[in-house]
Design a protein around this ligand. Structure first.
Ligand SMILES: *Cc1c(COP(=O)(O)O)cnc(C)c1O
Length: 350
């Protein structure tokens, strides 16, 4: 099961907000809140003073956030959506990230048909080449959006981009391109309040790159960057554990395997047992084999990752063994893994 500490999540969110202030936190919740569960995370995020802005990635996730968080929260969806999704998003006041001209046109058409004003964040490509308007095309794109704003169909509430985070120097260039893009929007007659460029690492470590908003997922969940340092005041919120189902010949068989989303590449990793760290020998379909320990018994708990209180590694340390990121280990866990939410005072099953 995946134990999720709600109090640690509340604590992490508060620590991130404090670090970023006066910039506002946009809590990023893609992939079912990085495998922790959207509803669980929204509930924790609304504990006072609370998160005012959520990043849902796609429209479905954003609508789920809206229904859990209520009408007071701002919710941002940046995946390119189908017209039907745009319609639903507009009705629920979801803000849309727009980074291609054809998508801008579709949003304008749907908003006009729905007699709605679409609240949009325009995306400039500052070097990542994923999606976003190239600098050469930015002035025309902005002019089109501003005309639609004058017509009442759009409201330009934000400008955003995504950093490559390959090097500080490249990110500095991106930041200056971003600042110029914002100037072009202002010169065209719009005044967007939400300017956002940075995700967890740059938001935390590079204050000079922060806009008025920072989009942060990983650090709120206590997932540090691969090859990155511990983050002061932040700890993982999730512990993946399993029980010993059978113990024989110096091997303990635990009840989690590949079909639960445990990557088979974790073979050889150390996990925490009641006898100390032991090697995860093999990952089978629904079970895994762990090197045994003195006095092992059926029902004993084995911890695969977590905050480290019982000698388990954090998800990022496991990921680093395979050149991947901690997020990937969490988001791969399937629905077969029961999520248990702990409040500090008792627990309830989520
Ligand atoms: C996932 C994502 C983020 C959050 O990244 P973290 O490193 O988890 O904080 C921010 N912005 C965009 C566009 C993303 O896709």
């Amino acid at each position: 099961m995946l134990r999720i500490s709600r109090s640690q999540l509340v604590h992490n969110i508060a620590a991130v907000q404090k670090q970023l202030a006066p910039s506002a936190l946009m809590l990023v919740m893609k992939d079912d809140a990085y495998g922790h569960g959207v509803d669980t995370v929204v509930d924790a995020a609304l504990v006072q003073p609370g998160v005012a802005l959520f990043g849902g990635y796609d429209v479905d996730t954003s609508l789920q956030i809206r229904s859990r968080a209520g009408s007071g929260a701002r919710v941002f969806a940046w995946a390119i959506a189908r017209d039907e999704e745009i319609r639903r998003a507009l009705r629920e006041g979801i803000e849309l990230g727009v980074g291609t001209s054809s998508y801008l046109e579709r949003v304008i058409v749907v908003a006009a048909a729905e007699k709605q004003t679409a609240r949009v964040h325009l995306k400039i490509d500052t070097g990542l080449r994923r999606n976003g308007i190239r600098t050469e095309e930015w002035p025309d794109f902005v002019a089109r959006a501003v005309r639609a704003q004058f017509a009442g169909v759009l409201s330009i509430v934000g400008v955003w981009s995504h950093l490559a985070e390959a090097s500080d120097a490249e990110d500095d260039v991106s930041a200056s391109e971003f600042a110029q893009a914002v100037e072009i929007v202002r010169a065209a007659g719009a005044d967007p309040a939400s300017l956002h460029l940075t995700a967890s690492a740059a938001s935390w470590w590079r204050p000079e790159l922060r806009g008025t908003v920072c989009r942060v997922g990983a650090f709120c969940y206590g997932i540090r960057s691969a090859e990155g340092p511990e983050i002061p005041g932040i700890r993982p919120i999730a512990t993946l554990e399993s029980r010993v189902l059978a113990a024989e010949n110096d091997v303990a068989h635990i009840g989690i395997g590949a079909l639960h989303g445990l990557p088979s590449t974790l073979g050889g990793a150390p996990v925490a047992t009641l006898g100390g760290q032991r090697e995860l020998l093999r990952i089978d379909a629904v079970t895994s084999a762990v090197r045994g320990w003195e006095g092992m018994r059926v029902g004993d708990t084995v911890r695969i990752f977590g905050p480290g209180d019982h000698g388990e590694m954090d998800a990022t340390s496991l990921a680093e063994r395979n050149d991947t990121v901690g997020e990937e280990i969490l988001t791969r866990l399937t629905e077969r893994v029961r999520r248990v939410i702990e409040d500090g005072d008792g627990e309830r099953v989520g």
